[in-house]
Ligand binder design. Structure first.
Ligand code: AMP
Ligand code: MG
Length: 324
């Protein structure tokens, strides 16, 4: 049985920290998505985390810290990295920096790279757990590898079930989409993954962001090479104008409301056309319409600015050809 606690319960933070100290796994809420948490300094716990997610490869994880001081035990902050941290932490920005000499994070968690991804989250539960543990916590999204991200505890437990010792339930995540990842190993900043912090906001501090080049794992080299990720069971079709009676339709701004009742499942990411609301309910909505077992999930065109950039990134990967 997973031990389920609620924010503010007496002893919840300490119970989670104790479980992590023993090398166990926890599911914790953050402001972005639910995280599958392990003690970042314990290689056995990190290995168990990869196994629980069913990750095909040991791709590097984000170390969650509770302070800039803890961040600096892990990574070397250039002036620009420090500026970004000061402006956007705590919050949904992950910084990739060079590893500090005595970085305590297990090499398995960073795939043996000389860089490390670090985030100071704003959610009090994650921060208090990191503080109580006194060490960084790795926490990739709490879902099976390649599948839809979990933004509610029920979804995380449905995927990960009994591999988890303890979890904290804080309802739906406020932002609902993963952090924005920026590499800042020198004097310039490079966008590695669009996410819950809009690129425009980062550019106001860092100047024009480079985007990841073809050598980066996070960027496909050609549209046909988009790696499948964030995938529901049903196939996904983008920029849809219509859908059949066996399909699901995911709308934005109510443009295709006439399809409701004619398709197997209809949902609107934001009837008011609010892109932040759409980001917050993206994964939950995809999980819900997928549960109706449609033959295809058709998704209306989503504006490509602000958080729309992150939404479209996730949707393209959900629609990418599957390895199976
Ligand atoms: P998630 O597993 O959803 O938390 O996502 C973690 C993301 O951070 C993955 O896409 C990783 O590739 C990326 N990441 C972690 N560490 C690094 C690093 N040192 N350099 C570049 N990307 C990284
Ligand atoms: Mg993920």
């Amino acid at each position: 049985m997973v031990d389920i606690r609620f924010p503010g319960d007496a002893g919840a933070v300490e119970a989670v920290a104790d479980a992590l100290r023993e090398g166990k796994l926890a599911v914790l809420p953050t402001e972005t998505v639910y995280g599958l948490a392990a003690d970042a300094t314990n290689p056995r716990a990190v290995a168990a985390l990869y196994a629980a997610k069913g990750r095909p490869s040991f791709n590097p994880l984000i170390a969650h810290v509770d302070s800039l001081e803890m961040a600096q035990t892990c990574g070397i902050f250039s002036d620009l990295a420090a500026q970004l941290a000061n402006r956007f932490w705590p919050g949904p920005l992950t910084l990739v920096v060079l590893q500090a000499r005595d970085c305590p994070v297990a090499a398995l968690a960073t795939s043996g790279l000389d860089t490390i991804a670090i985030r100071l989250p704003s959610h009090p539960v994650m921060r208090e757990v990191v503080r109580a543990l006194g060490r960084p916590v790795v926490a990739p999204s709490a879902n099976l590898s390649g599948r839809l991200t979990a933004t509610r505890l029920e979804d995380a437990l449905a995927d990960l079930g009994e591999t988890i010792a303890i979890a904290v339930d804080d309802g739906a995540c406020r932002l609902g989409i993963e952090s924005t990842i920026v590499a800042c190993t020198g004097g310039s900043a490079k966008l590695l993954r669009p996410g819950a912090l809009a690129p425009e906001e980062i550019e106001a501090v860092a100047g024009r962001l480079e985007t990841a080049g073809s050598g980066d794992a996070l960027t496909p080299q050609a549209p046909g090479m988009l790696s499948s990720h964030y995938a529901p069971h049903a196939r996904v079709r983008l920029n849809a104008l219509d859908a059949g009676s066996n399909d699901a339709f995911v709308d934005f701004g109510g443009y295709y409301i006439q399809l409701a009742g004619r398709v197997k499942a209809y949902a609107d990411l934001s009837p008011e056309g609010d892109i932040n609301e759409a980001a917050a309910c993206l994964f939950e909505t995809l999980r819900r319409v997928d549960a109706a077992t449609p033959s295809t999930i058709a998704v209306a065109r989503i504006p490509n600015s602000g958080l729309g950039i992150a939404i479209n990134d996730r949707l393209r990967r959900a629609a990418a050809p599957r390895p199976d």
